[in-house]
Design a protein around this ligand. Sequence first.
Ligand SMILES: NC(=O)c1ccc[n+]([C@@H]2O[C@H](COP(=O)([O-])OP(=O)(O)OC[C@H]3O[C@@H](n4cnc5c(N)ncnc54)[C@H](OP(=O)(O)O)[C@@H]3O)[C@@H](O)[C@H]2O)c1
Length: 136
Amino acid sequence: MSNFTRADLESLLPACTTVPAVDQIQWYIGLDVADTVAACAEHGIVVEAYSPFAHGRIVNHPDIVDMGRRYEVTAPQLSLRYLLQKGAVPLPKATTRDHILANAEVDFEISDADMATLDAMHDTESHPLAANFRWS
Ligand SMILES: NC(=O)c1ccc[n+]([C@@H]2O[C@H](COP(=O)([O-])OP(=O)(O)OC[C@H]3O[C@@H](n4cnc5c(N)ncnc54)[C@H](OP(=O)(O)O)[C@@H]3O)[C@@H](O)[C@H]2O)c1
């Protein structure tokens, strides 16, 4: 599935003989997808997080860059690690070779306190297409 919310999932499941394995949704630090993520967890569905850098906007986000410095990683690496620790499978897009290589270097641990700080961030500039996009 892709872009399925709890409501979409709950309308689909009664018609299924097999529970879908994955829901690919937009998810990055600051985007509130908690209800969709909880619905997937209730049914054992893996969440795959696309646009993990908010289409690139997170790359230079000052608060995320600052926190990343403490772990000696970049904002994109911190973003990917955040999603991994949330239990998601991040799907970063990168066309630059150095970015592709760097995005595989996420073998560090974000502290619980910093995870809570990241959880509390709110996106104030959601992508206009994402905001309007929904499966009917
Ligand atoms: N299922 C759906 O409905 C749906 C909808 C939209 C998108 N998607 C998929 O989700 C994926 C992500 O899409 P997205 O474009 O929104 O992007 P994104 O992954 O949030 O951001 C991509 C941008 O981040 C830059 N970047 C990547 N790694 C970086 C690094 N280590 N350092 C600095 N910059 C870095 C890329 O630059 P460079 O290219 O220069 O590396 C690119 O400009 C795509 O594969 C797309 O197909 C799925």
